[in-house]
Design a protein around this ligand. Sequence first.
Ligand code: NAD
Length: 489
Amino acid sequence: PTMAHSKALLVLENFIGGKFVPCSSYIDSYNPSTGDVYCRVPDSGKEEVEAAVKAAKDAFPIWSSKSPLERSHILNKLADLIEHDLEAFAQAESKDQGKTITFARTVDIPRAVHNFRFFASSILHHVTECTEMPTMGCVHYTSRAPVGVAGLISPWNLPLYLLTWKIAPAIACGNTVVAKPSEMTSVTAWMMCKLLEKAGVPPGVVNVVFGAGAKAGEALVCHPDVPLISFTGSTLTAWRITEKSAPHCKRLSLELGGKNPAIIFDDADLSQCIPTTVRSSFANQGEICLCTSRIFVQRGIYSEFLKKFVAEAKKWKTGNPSDPTMDVGALISKEHLEKVRNYVKKAQAEGAKVLCGEGVDPLVLPPGNQKGYFMLPTVIAEVKDESCCMQEEIFGPVTCVVAFDTEEEVIKRANGVKYGLAATVWSGNVGRVHRVAHRLQSGLVWTNCWLVRDLNLPFGGMKASGIGREGAKDSYEFFTEVKTITIKH
Ligand code: NAD
């Protein structure tokens, strides 16, 4: 009985109107580091989404009429409760997603906590506009109100981190929500639901419906009573969401994929640049939308850079994600691992050189992880700009390194992809970093650093990387409806 119990699957339930409700069918969820099914996720559809939207609609009048300060207290309480259980959340995120326990402990869960604290604070500090028109005897001002039921759809790479980045501003502004996390990583969202009542979140304010994108996600997108969809995921899914929401003229925020360049000039401080660029390429198995996957190095330092970069990449340890000494865990799924590996094969077929990682170095795994979805950090060189490895989002531990000669040339090449999410520029020349940053088609540009974020400022992509921005002011504007009122005195 003990064995049977320890092998029992974790079964999740939807959270609707403040209650956990079972579903009639389920989807298997895998532990990426072992390849075993360990969890069952509700396979929700129209019916479940309908119930969740109704609960959210019913909760809206009371929640939206609370003062920002009251809502702020509740968000802070929720942050405290998640923080109190940080280790349990981190363990769950690592097991469910394949990421290292260290990454979950230091990035995912702390950021989820911070998302609630950040919006609990920022919601208290917005001011609206006012103008006077003395000749007409008029005063104009704007007022902002929550929109209604917000539909929130999030991906599998940073599960709780990205979901709370949407839930926190949505409810801080007074909306109620129906959230649909990725079917591959639903566990931490379900754990968060268990804390909502204790935090003081009234029933129906946060509803979570688990299930597949094409079924549960699409039902949410198509629901006439959900006027707003905040989506983070792939560009392909965003097309589908845009199409499906068009008949309802929904308000959309789309945070999509990237093919992010790092541009390294010959005056860069390589002692900073190399470890940071290894991190920006391989952190979270390269499964971050902001990860670097095209590294342009000025010709004069190209060989030196490549040698040091490969040596540094080889130091990254790949293996059991629950071992805190590991740098790289497992990829999300068998299919995704296959897709990422295929990119490396295609590059080789085109004549590119794989300098380390996949197919070059031995991948040694503990017995318990032999069936997991692991791959070593892989560096590809001598690859053409037109190659699919330089054009398409791989979303795995693979990065390409190429040489360039001039500033003008590298800007053009860096901009030569359909995406425009994040870029990094490495140079000691202040004038140059400003010039290059201004000309890059990219929603975010980091110079001489990576992933340093101030949540106050806009986050989002250009071109195929998205529409809309999120951040203190941007999320406030997205999650509220503005009205202009004119008073004649
Ligand atoms: P995905 O588009 O496959 O899925 C994202 C979410 O959308 C999931 O919850 C999924 O179930 C749902 N979904 C799928 N089809 C749907 C449909 N037809 N209607 C409604 N919902 C649907 O993306 P993914 O594979 O989970 O995540 C990886 C992608 O996300 C990468 O492209 C990555 O760059 C991107 N991403 C972007 C950001 C950003 O902020 N820009 C952040 C993280 C990840």
